[in-house]
Structure formats: structure tokens, C-alpha cells
Design a protein around this ligand. Sequence first.
Ligand SMILES: [Zn+2]
Ligand SMILES: [Zn+2]
Length: 239
Amino acid sequence: MARNWMDKCKAFLLDIFFPNRCPFCGEIIRWDMYSCAACREKFIEANGKICRKCGKHNCSCVEGLNYDMAFASCFFGSDGVNKAVYDFKHIGDTNIAYLTAEDAAEYMKAENIAKPDIIVPVPMGRKKQRRRGHNQAELLGRCIGKTLDIPVRSDILYKYDTEDEQHLHTREEREKRVKELFYVGEKRLAEGESCVLLCDDVMTTGSTINECARQLKEIGAKKVIAVVCAVTKLEKEEA
Ligand SMILES: [Zn+2]
Ligand SMILES: [Zn+2]
């Protein structure tokens, strides 16, 4: 399964002091589970309903989409999913990340999609990451990496340290601004690194994923597959 034996020992021991809980409803669950059965059934539903290309519930495929396909496990917006995403972001509770990893792996296998070469998490500004202690996209990347046995590369894509004032901008301004937030290092991707799995916790408008994918293609990515824990159901909702 997804976790290696050391992670399993850690999960087992941690469970004695901090019982494992369902990320959606908060019920206590067995130490080696990622959610309760009812919530898994209820919330891990998006991959069967979204457009595989743009990742949206209401397909909004446009020309100039830079990523090639998208996988998402949950729809953002319900109390359960909002709680799971919040706890992942702020406490680093990775249950939803492992669920996303297993779910994406199952769908990729069923749809005969070749295993990506590397995983690139959507980066966080260094100062912000230091403040928070972790980058949830990178945590998700590591969970997917363990599940699919793919290396995680955090030395490819970077984000400038800017204050997050996204809510102050209109959607057009935000899309323009997102282009100035990310940058790639000097390195170009080698032949064996050209199929990239790009991951983030949440996709809303998709402009972050789209810009990161554009930059990855500029340095040699041939295919970019986006994987997120949750996607917003309505196009008009913003990040
Ligand atoms: Zn539950
Ligand atoms: Zn679409």
C-alpha cells in the first residue's frame, strides 16, 4: 500500500497518543485507515465526474490549456471536504493526501495512463513555508510519490515570496498576476523527466496549475498531469 513500514510504525505509535481520525467527519478510525467508509463513499467522487482534460465539473476547456489532464478526488465546498483541506493545509493531516494519491493511482491504472516520470509540487514562497512549517502541495507530492513510486522534485519550480493578496484582485488581474509568481531554475528537464505530475491541494480557477504547467513545458516537459485533492464545483468560485 501507500505507506512504507516506517510510516506505518509511526502511524501506529502516534495513534496511541493521538487517535487517527477521519479527515472529513472527525470520527476516530483505525490507525491504518485514511477515512471512515461512509465519508470515502460520499466525498471521494470527483474523479468520476470531472472533465479529464481541464479537471472541472463543468468543462471549461479552452485553447491554450497548458496541462494535458487533471485528476481530482473531492469537490471543494462541502463542510467535510473544507475541513479536510483546512486540516491538511494548517495541521499537515495527510489522510486526504493519501486518499487522493490512491484514488488518482486507481483512475490512472483504469484509464491506462503511463506512470509520470517525476512529481513537481506547486511551490510555496520560502518565507511562507518557513512560517507554516510545510508546503501542503509538497506533502501531497510525497504521498503520491510513495503510492506510485515516483521521485518528488522540489528543485524545479519556485515561487517568489510575495504577500498573498489574491482576494484583492479581480479574476483577470489575478490571472495576469499569477504569471509573475512562479519561476523555474536553470535546469532543463531531461528525456526521462519529461512526463510530469504537477500537484496542489486545491484547484479553483486552475490558473496556478495552468501557469506552472506552462513553465514546465518551457523547460522541456512533454506532458503535464495535474493532481489535486479538491476542485471547486462552480466555475465562478475563486481562490
Ligand atoms: Zn468520516
Ligand atoms: Zn474540460
